[in-house]
Design a protein around this ligand. Structure first.
Ligand code: NAD
Length: 463
């Protein structure tokens, strides 16, 4: 599935015409290719105080260790591949002024497909009103900066909880994801990152890191992906396999042929199964144990649409959507946790949707199911992290408009609007969602738990 408008406004006569008419001109996004540099140019780290070794210096040192060209002073000639603004030290709203104005001065020199990443402290229940104001302010700042960026550049933020240093492996892995081309369609998002369970901490997932295993952060792991015969699920399976996982792909028997193709392509195994079956969890576990020894990563991706205005909603349309998109996820996860079905600390990623965050006309059933996914994700996250709990993480990914068969069925005008009302002015590709899921499944994301990561190009829908 492609968005031919993006191609047209980036080539030849149509490019000139679009410019003259003032039409939206979405950029061609830089996506991950093995061997490409992490960023499109040098990285500027702002927020430091000269003469004092502070968090900005710690972040700069960590970036240097990745062999990046890192600077802490701006100049008038460099085209920045990324600007990282370290705001972890701000305690009063007034403290943000200097680093933010330094960012302001360097924004014009940000390269196409560049990155702005803020690193700040996550608001905490114990914050004084003044500290809460300063920390929460970063949220509005980041989301606004992201909306001002052009030419495929994105802005995202990391909110580090008070228990983790800014240069901890979890924070650095998240920073690496945001800096990289893997986050091409993640824009205007803030991820909360904590210390995570010490036993689950690993090296940052790498696309150009040094040392053994960084290119394959999921080596030795077994992943199950539902709804993997096509679209986002098939791409998730490919991406997890690229990262070293053995993948069990699951889909309904009617999609068996396409499913077998995906399984062969990635040297995984196929399980034909309707996820709403009563014994779905048991059959997944039985297959994974028999063929691969167990399960480490579970991706709940299978989903359906049955759009109708609520006034015209039938019981079968409501029930089918809730059964596939929500109840099946709940039942399978509960079964696997209850049966000690995970061989290591579980990594569970569930597909939500921006419709579940903002609601959508004609999608009350779908939005109920996707908001429900966010609900169980947060509840499972608490359960996993509780003292004596199994550890691991549960997170949700909320795609905006992604070019798949599912969205190809949306009427043309609605589809065109959905694409252009995002800061990146285009729909995403399945690989964009897959990269976000692969990041959440990687050892470096041990400190990300109970979060909803939007992959939506900063769609105006909801927050
Ligand atoms: P898709 O329709 O292209 O693929 C969904 C797959 O799930 C299909 O292969 C289908 O056979 C399978 N499936 C459906 N019911 C199943 C069942 N009962 N048991 C097993 N497999 C089943 O959809 P997609 O666009 O790739 O979406 C994947 C996920 O992402 C869904 O959960 C969807 O709600 C979510 N999502 C998609 C978008 C988007 O823009 N495409 C946006 C937000 C959320």
């Amino acid at each position: 599935m492609t968005d031919s408008y993006v191609k047209a406004v980036n080539s030849g006569v149509t490019k000139t015409l679009a410019k003259k008419l003032g039409l939206p001109r979405p950029a061609v996004l830089r996506r991950f290719r093995a061997g490409d540099p992490l960023t499109v140019g040098p990285v500027l780290v702002l927020g430091g105080t000269p003469g004092v070794r502070d968090d900005a210096d710690r972040v700069a040192e960590a970036l240097l260790a990745w062999d990046l060209d890192v600077r802490q002073t701006a100049d008038d000639t460099t085209r920045w591949g990324a600007v990282v603004v370290v705001l972890s030290g701000i305690e009063r709203p007034e403290d943000a002024s200097a680093p933010v104005l330094a960012l302001s001065a360097s924004l014009r020199r940000l390269a196409p497909n560049g990155r702005v990443v803020t690193i700040s402290r996550a608001p905490a229940d114990t914050d004084s009103p003044e500290l809460a104001a300063a920390r929460e302010g970063v949220d509005g700042l980041l989301r606004s900066v992201a909306k001002e960026l052009r030419y495929g550049a994105t802005g995202n933020g990391i909110q580090v909880t008070d228990d983790a240093p800014v240069d901890s492996p979890n924070v650095l892995a998240t920073l690496r994801f945001f800096l990289s081309a893997k986050s091409a369609f993640v824009d205007g998002q803030l991820l909360r990152v904590g210390a995570g369970a010490p036993s689950d901490q690993g090296a940052p997932s790498g696309d150009q890191g040094s040392g053994a295993g960084l290119d394959q952060p999921l080596a030795g792991k077994v992943a199950v992906v539902t709804g993997a015969a096509r679209g986002i699920g098939a791409q998730v399976a490919r991406t997890l396999a690229r990262d070293g996982a053995k993948v069990v792909v699951v889909d309904v028997p009617a999609a068996g042929e396409a499913l077998a193709k995906v399984a062969n392509e990635i040297k995984g195994t196929a399980l034909q199964l309707d996820v709403t079956a009563d014994d779905a969890g048991a059959r997944i576990l039985e297959h994974a144990r028999a063929r691969h020894g167990g399960i480490d990563v579970l991706v709940h991706n299978a989903g359906i649409l049955r759009d109708k205005l609520l006034a015209n909603m039938s019981a079968d349309k409501w029930d089918a959507v809730v059964a596939v998109n929500l109840a099946a996820q709940l039942r399978i996860t509960e079964y696997l946790l209850g049966a000690n079905g995970f061989s290591s600390e579980p990594r569970i990623v569930s597909l939500a949707s921006t419709s579940g965050i903002a609601g959508n006309r004609g999608q009350s059933n779908y939005a109920f199911s996707k908001a429900g996914v966010i609900g169980h994700t947060r509840a499972f996250a608490r359960l996993l992290a509780a003292p004596g709990g199994p550890g691991g993480t549960a997170n949700a990914v909320a795609p905006g408009f992604i070019e798949t068969d599912m969205t190809a069925s949306i009427p043309f005008v609605q589809r065109e609007v959905a694409r252009r009302v995002a800061s990146l002015q285009q729909g995403g590709q399945p690989v964009d969602v897959a990269e976000a899921i692969a990041f959440l499944a990687s050892p470096g994301a041990a400190g990300v738990n109970g979060q909803v990561l939007r992959v939506c190009g900063q769609n105006v829908v909801g927050r």
